[in-house]
Design a protein around this ligand. Sequence first.
Ligand SMILES: C[S@@+](CC[C@H](N)C(=O)[O-])C[C@H]1O[C@@H](n2cnc3c(N)ncnc32)[C@H](O)[C@@H]1O
Length: 621
Amino acid sequence: MSDRKPPQRAPGRQPIRKPDHVLFYGDNLEVLRDQRRIKDESVDLCYMDPPFNSKRNYNQIYNNVGSDDRAQAQAFIDTWKWDDHARSAHKQILGNDEGRYTSPLIELVRGLHGVLREGSLFAYLVGMSARISEIRRVLKPTGSFYIHCDPTSSHYLKLICDAVFCSQGGDFQNEVIWKRTTAHSGANKWAPVHDVILYYSKSGDVVWNSPRLAYEQAYLDKYYRFDDGDGRLYWRDNLCAAGTRKGRSGLPWRGISPTAKGMHWKFTIDRLDELDKEGRIYWPARGTMPQYKRYRDELKGKAVSDFWDDIDRINPVGSERLGYPTQKPLALLERIILASSNEGDVVLDPCCGCGTTIAAAQKLGRRWIGIDITYQSISLVLKRLEDQVGAPAWSELDLRIEQTGIPRDMDSAVALAHKRDDRVRKEFEKWAVLTYTNNRALINEKKGADGGIDGRVYFMTSATINAAMVLQVKSGIVNRGDIAKLHSDMLREGAEMATLITLTKPTGPMISEAKGAGRYHHELMDRDYDKIQIVTIQDIIEERRRLDIPLVKEVLKQGAKDKKKSGETLPLPGIDGSFEDNSPEVTDMVDYLKRGTAEASEAKPERAPAPRAARKKSREG
Ligand SMILES: C[S@@+](CC[C@H](N)C(=O)[O-])C[C@H]1O[C@@H](n2cnc3c(N)ncnc32)[C@H](O)[C@@H]1O
């Protein structure tokens, strides 16, 4: 990545290696406040895309109606509600705890409290105020901050960012409008098609690489069409601009006075002499103003405006899609990172989701720090990076990723099992299932009716048939009855195998009960497995025991790679973890497998399984 020289150190002392890549699993406010984790003025660029469910009725959010008022309605996390976290952050801001907050911010929060009262919107703004203040602290003086939001919250966030940044020497740079989709009919208002990205600098001396876009061919052909016979096409640009000047760009040149026309030269008259000598001035045959020859081959590209309509949202069946509900396009993050950081710089995403910022930073040779409060996100980031850098490079990179907050020993696993945070649910279960399956499992978000199945994987049993294994995690005392129950859950779910992941050691009767369920013959691998397997957390942590059956996703991914090479396309199943029996990922995967991968790859190009909406429409139509 960076070619910085290693720091000098005293002989005999072990180097303390600062990893180039750090993934924190936890609340970003806690991570940002911990100086041992992220030091003051150590980050070059921060992009933040916090969760906020603006699809809800705006009046409902604003008027703080009802006890179930939530600013965030994703199935796996309810981040913003007026709870102890919000109360504590509010108190800290009003009391200017440890001098972290600016007076304008304190006054702003005080005022908003009177207007919004204690609901999810105010909880969101208080949470954002605390986080944005910490983000400013960790930014280098040349650092930039981008916050991605939508029109539901952008005006509030702008007030907060102004109060944090502009009152301390920073500046508001832009409000970028990202046109993320096209208009749909249906709503009785103008179709909402854009997101807002607010961009701030920590000081007047900010990193800015002046990104450029290629000119459209039609524009080039229309203007850059003159040729003096040397093959270099040029445009005849004006040599004068509006307004008079007193200096050397306002003087008469070659008998022409720009001042008389209320204008000035774009160059000083000395420079005009030089340009004329170089043959860069076009003199029209009869008397009109000379013009400047602007050559097509010297164009640097056009500056990028603050209206972005050239980056499409994630294609629902494209290979970039990971199935994460709020995934942003890689191209969006690449644009931001290229504009506001240099190679080797540190890019921070405190709400990293499925890791779009991290993937872009990795691709562009930046160091990165990602934080997310859900293990599903962390698992997706790990899986995404593994896919991005390829298996051999991954094992090297893996060693250099510091994964903080993720259980590495039994004590931290027990701590996670007993952690109570009502903003996130079943984190221990998700961590256990995803770690054991190498981040491949689909997480079951449903509660209750399914008898406590925590996750599911699909594996190939032959070239054309797939089967399922269900996984259940237990963090308390377990006994024989748990195995009997898992057995009946497995049969009810139509799965061929089941795995119990347990924090406590299994008893002898449990092991006998599991053995009693019999063996499953895996045709493809010609191997027999216990239908019910028991894995302990200790096995996962200390023995690094992992599921070793080739899963459908692996096979499909390989199939997709092979097809890409041969110019065909095949949609990949998502790995979002928000499992539904009839989720498009699962049904497409099953459909595809049922049609037979082996025959399909030999026969005519595979047709992409239609997205669920399209299938539904065609059934209805
Ligand atoms: C809108 S998503 C980000 C999506 C991301 N830009 C991408 O392209 O994948 C917001 C993320 O913030 C995370 N999050 C919410 N509250 C958090 C907190 N307090 N600390 C860290 N992460 C949090 C959520 O788990 C979610 O993954």
